[in-house]
Every structure is written in C-alpha cells, then in structure tokens.
Design a protein around this ligand. Structure first.
Ligand SMILES: Nc1ncnc2c1ncn2[C@@H]1O[C@H](COP(=O)(O)OP(=O)(O)O)[C@@H](O)[C@H]1O
Ligand SMILES: [Mg+2]
Length: 224
C-alpha cells in the first residue's frame, strides 16, 4: 500500500490578543492511497485547521505536508493554486458552487481553469454515478442541498485528485439528504478508489470510512 499523503510535526497556534490556542501540537499522519478516512473530535478540537493545512490552504507554524511526494509548502505561491487544482479536491459544508453556473459547468470548472477540453462522456458517467444527471442544466438555486453537495463532490472528483478533503459535508443537510451524500462518498471510495479524508461529527457517517482519526488535545490517534 503506498502513502499518498504524509504530514510531519504539524503545529498551529492561533493568537488573539494575549490568548494563545495551540490547535495542533506536532501532529504526524500517514494516509494510504485509496482509503477513506474520517476525522472526528469535539467542536474546536482543530479538525478544520488540520484539513486546511493538509490541503495547502493554510500554513502550519512548523512541520511539512507531502502530497503525492511533493512538499506542498515548498511549492512557489504562484504554482500552488494549480497544484491544488490538480491534486486536491475539497468539499465544503456549504457546497460553495458558483451560483451563476449550471451543475455541468460547475463540475467542469477545475478542468476549464486548466484549459482542458470537456470530456462529456466522463462527466455524464460521473453525474450518473452520483445520481445527479438531472442537475446538468440546473443552477445551484434550483437544486436541493443534497444535490448541490453531490455536484460539489463530482467537481472534487473530476480531476481524479490525489486526495479529496471534505469538512463536515453533511453538516447542513437533513437526515435523508445526508445519507445520500454519505453513500456517494462511500461509492467514490469503493468504485473509484478515491482517497478521501472527511471531517464529520456524525458517528454513522464516520463509520462508513475505513479508518477513523481522532483529534483531542491537539494530537491525533487512529481508531479502526
Ligand atoms: N482564525 C482563527 N483565529 C483564532 N482562533 C482560531 C481561528 N480558527 C480556529 N481557531 C481556534 O482554534 C481551535 C480549533 O478550531 P477549528 O480547527 O475550527 O476546530 P474544529 O473544526 O474541530 O471545530 C478552536 O479553539 C478555535 O477557536
Ligand atoms: Mg470545523
């Protein structure tokens, strides 16, 4: 099994006024390719902080993150956006679709930014698999929350990134929609062999993953 993501000695302290919060304390992590991990921990435990750092969206005070063998904090700023676009998929709690674009256009967006031609068959197959074929020509406002999140997942999957991150992807959804979205994450893992790291406080969703990583007191531990 190969290691697709590795983090070493990650620390992150937030300072607000005279108060310091040590959100992460020298965290190490190894992520195996093709596996589905959930990250759990109390509110304020540092889950979002960890995810943003692993995805190269925020810098740690100390430590390194290697994605597909590349030390991401050594990549020049001007190249990091393109690296992230190709190697990292990110699913947000609030979907973050582009409101003026259709489902199809939203999914194509990362490839459009890379000046890649649209592979209509590939996108159709992905939309079919995530049960959102009917959202092709709809704007985000014309979709349910669960549909928007599945479009957001398709957008994260389309580039076949090294890792897909998701921060509480079902946090805004009712139970039925959350279940559908959760099933699609599992499908992405099982059928597409996609490496996934998902933060959730939903125990049922956490258990869909192959392995669970718990954050407490700024440190990480594995649970299976
Ligand atoms: N931008 C920030 N400025 C100051 N403190 C922050 C900031 N972001 C997060 N924190 C603090 O860091 C800790 C971890 O936050 P976060 O990573 O958002 O936790 P979680 O996602 O597990 O709820 C919390 O105590 C939070 O208040
Ligand atoms: Mg959070």
């Amino acid at each position: 099994m190969s290691i697709i993501l590795k983090a070493e000695g990650i620390s992150r302290t937030y300072k607000s006024g005279s108060v310091e919060v040590n959100a992460l304390k020298k965290c190490d992590l190894e992520v195996e390719e093709g596996r589905f991990y959930s990250i759990v921990g109390k509110s304020g435990a540092g889950k979002s902080t960890l995810l943003r750092i692993l995805a190269g969206m925020d810098r740690p005070d100390t430590g390194s993150v290697y994605v597909d063998g590349e030390d991401i904090f050594k990549i020049k700023d001007k190249d990091l956006a393109a690296f992230r676009r190709r190697k990292i998929g990110y699913v947000y709690q609030d979907y973050s679709l582009f409101p003026e674009f259709t489902g199809l256009e939203n999914i194509y967006m990362p490839q459009a930014l890379d000046k890649k031609d649209m592979d209509r068959e590939e996108i159709d197959d992905l939309m079919e698999a995530l049960e959102i074929a009917h959202c092709k020509d709809k704007l985000p406002t014309q979709m349910s929350g669960g549909e928007q999140q599945r479009v957001a997942l398709a957008r994260a999957l389309i580039t076949k990134p090294a890792v897909v991150f998701a921060d509480e992807p079902t946090g805004n959804l009712d139970m039925a929609s959350a279940k559908t979205v959760a099933d699609m994450f599992q499908k992405a893992s099982q059928h597409f062999h996609q490496t996934i790291i998902m933060v959730t406080h939903d125990q049922q969703m956490a258990e869909l993953a192959d392995g669970m990583i718990r954050i407490s007191d700024g440190g990480l531990s594995y649970e299976h």
